[in-house]
Design a protein around this ligand. Structure first.
Ligand code: NAP
Length: 536
């Protein structure tokens, strides 16, 4: 290799969200020359793009922040148990400043292509403006839910008012006072948006295709004294997150639904419904997500709650899911979401009864009515897990295209590597443990950093997944999915997106096993000197 062939950087990281920021920090610690390319004008990833009204996370704030720096944990106070988006974005800017990360990040730099060059053992990355850079390693920190999808409805581009996807929300505040607002979509994003917009809009019309099972968030402020107590418990909090199935503070109760009397069961459901966070979903009886009879009981419990909370029985029925059980899709957590439908300024349109025919310059036309709006909000979700990869032209060894390779579903080795895509390492790629995302991010980043250190110490310059390694991992992914009711339901969990060609059939792009099992598997790969991968 001549000096001219030397790559510009040791590593290029795509994305300056939670994964990219921490990855940059770790690689710098290894003395590597790193460049991060970020499409946005600032850091934050998910929290940079999703500025929609009401956006916040559903993990307890103190279980969500980074755990890697004691100084950071000492310095940062969370103001609420479930912090809103502006606070999380401030937090990530604080992280970028504290660790002086910005000087290695190029903003407004969207990566459009990444091609492997075997001759120089490097990745050549092309940006939207045509400029290029190269690096020995390419690390994707592009997020599992970062490729927003607009609905495929005739006339979307003709609307004359303000219309926006929630993941592309404008930086300037949008005011809803005196406005007629439509929200399309009732996933976790739609639910948060709806409950916020309903507070001030003159008229809010919710266009719902599939209702979801929502449960109360029970958010509350964190006072100074409480924050001091939380800080003292940080080691315990993060240890707990390491032990639980999906890295949340909550984990399944060891009992099965039918181990207890109906009265005990009702009392337990009631307790969980009254508690903050995901307990009712991931801290419930051990079998609610696998046993259809058990699932029917918790679904019935939540349906009764919806009927109690929504005054109009017809509206309540429309809000109760009929085609999937509780927790088999991501459970949106809510704050007075159901009560919104008791307000005079809110109307629910059931798209299964009256589908949208087209978007018009003045609003939305369904099979039953013409609606006029000032604002249309598209809370229509993402091309999840693989969509952000599909939007970049990745070409590996021999020109293999990742998009083609994954046409029928992603294939990975432990969610971090793809055969024939040497030196490409993925953070939160398909088939990594997701759950409480930052916990999974820290694990992935540490694993990748350890691999790169291992390689450098031994003068190794090429790492690839082997076809056998991929097949074995895919078998693990298939086994982990066995028996889960969620894998029989259409949602982004099962790779379904009605707005993307080729994503109408279910696929296994998600690892649905436990995070501890995932980490044990990845730790074993590292402990054995990465011999399950092809190193050179
Ligand atoms: P989503 O769960 O995929 O929901 C998209 C919604 O848009 C669904 O209700 C869908 O209906 C509807 N939709 C899509 N295309 C449509 C069309 N052509 N016509 C009518 N309706 C249409 O997306 P999301 O709500 O953005 O959430 C995605 C994930 O992001 C969540 O599951 C969660 O993991 C994450 N998230 C987290 C938080 C948090 O931490 N609090 C907040 C927001 C999001 P169908 O169901 O019928 O397809």
């Amino acid at each position: 290799m001549t000096p001219d062939d030397a790559p510009d950087f040791d590593a290029i990281v795509i994305g300056a969200g939670m994964s990219g920021l921490y990855q940059l920090h770790r690689l710098r610690g290894l003395g590597m020359k790193v460049r991060v390319f970020e499409a946005g004008t600032g850091v934050g990833g998910t929290w940079y793009w999703n500025r929609y009204p009401g956006a916040r996370f559903d993990s307890e704030s103190y279980s969500y922040g980074y755990s890697f720096s004691k100084e950071l944990l000492e310095a940062w106070d969370w103001s609420e148990h479930f912090a809103p988006q502006p606070e999380t974005l401030r937090y990530l800017n604080h992280v970028a400043d504290r660790f002086d990360l910005r000087r290695d990040i190029s903003f407004s730099s969207r990566v459009t292509a990444a091609h492997w060059r075997e001759e120089g053992r490097r990745w050549e990355v092309t940006l939207e403006d045509g400029s290029r850079a190269s690096a020995r390693f390419l690390i994707t920190a592009i997020g599992p839910l970062s490729a927003p999808t607009m609905p495929r409805i005739e006339g979307v581009e003709t609307f004359r008012g303000l219309s926006c996807h929630t993941a592309r929300w404008p930086k300037e505040p949008v005011r809803f006072e005196g406005k007629r607002v439509a929200v399309i979509g009732t996933g976790a994003t739609g639910v948060q948006t709806i409950q916020e917009v309903a507070k001030t809009a003159k008229q809010l019309t919710v266009f719902q295709r599939t209702p979801n099972w929502c449960a109360p968030l029970h958010n509350a402020p964190i006072g100074r004294a409480e924050m001091t107590g939380i800080r003292a418990r940080y080691p315990e909090i993060f240890r707990r997150c390491q032990e639980t199935f999906a890295c949340f503070l909550h984990t399944a109760d060891p009992r099965n639904t039918f181990d207890v009397t109906p009265e005990e069961r009702e009392a337990f459901f009631e307790k969980l419904y009254g508690e903050p966070g995901f307990g009712i979903w991931v801290g419930n009886f051990n079998d609610i997500l696998t046993n259809p009879e058990a699932n029917a009981l918790i679904s019935d419990f939540v349906a009764r709650k919806i009927r109690q909370r929504v005054k109009d029985p017809k509206t309540a029925e429309k809000l109760i899911p009929k085609n999937h059980g509780f927790g088999t899709r991501r459970v949106p957590l809510e704050t007075r979401y159901y009560e919104v439908y008791n307000q005079a300024n809110v109307e629910l349109v059931d798209l299964t009864e009256t589908p949208i025919e087209r978007i018009t310059p003045s609003g939305i036309e369904t099979t039953a009515r013409d609606f006029c709006f000032d604002i249309i909000v598209y809370a229509t979700g993402f091309d999840a897990l693989t969509g952000a990869f599909d939007r970049i032209d990745f070409r590996g060894a021999g020109g293999a295209r990742l998009r083609d390779r994954w046409a029928e579903g992603a294939e990975t080795f432990i969610g971090m590597s793809v055969a024939d895509f040497p030196n490409l390492l993925m953070l939160l790629g398909p088939h990594t443990a997701l759950g409480n995302i930052p916990r999974s991010i820290e694990y992935n980043v540490d694993w990748v950093s350890d691999l790169l250190r291992f390689m450098r110490e031994r003068g190794l310059t090429r790492v690839d997944a082997t076809p056998q390694g991929v097949e074995a991992w895919m078998e693990t992914v298939r086994e982990a999915a066995q028996g889960l009711l969620s894998n029989e339901v259409n949602s982004w969990f099962t790779g379904i997106n009605s707005n993307v060609d080729g994503k109408q059939t279910r696929r296994l792009s998600r690892y649905s096993g436990s995070a501890p099992a995932y980490r044990a598997r990845c730790d074993a790969v590292a402990a054995a000197g990465y011999r399950e991968m092809a190193l050179d």
